[in-house]
Design a protein around this ligand. Structure first.
Ligand SMILES: [Zn+2]
Length: 76
């Protein structure tokens, strides 16, 4: 399956992953998405990575007050 995300990608929170997480996986608000994926035939898979990170690594912040988007709130 092409949609499978390798474990190496989702081992750590990247800046892009945190951005995506902060936007609740909403690509329409995502700067990266608007710049790159809007004109790309391949869809943004960052939110899938975010879901994996939430499961494997947990929240990207030590201060959970900043974390307003939880795993269940990311719509795919
Ligand atoms: Zn996205």
């Amino acid at each position: 399956m092409n949609t499978k995300i390798s474990d190496s990608i989702s081992a750590n929170w990247t800046d892009s992953a945190i951005d995506c997480y902060e936007l609740g996986g909403n690509c329409e608000k995502c700067f990266l998405y608007m710049v790159i994926f809007r004109y790309s035939p391949s869809p943004c898979k960052m939110k899938y990575t975010v879901k994996k990170l939430l499961r494997k690594v947990g929240l990207p912040y030590k201060n959970e007050e900043r974390a307003y988007a939880k795993e269940g709130e990311i719509s795919i």
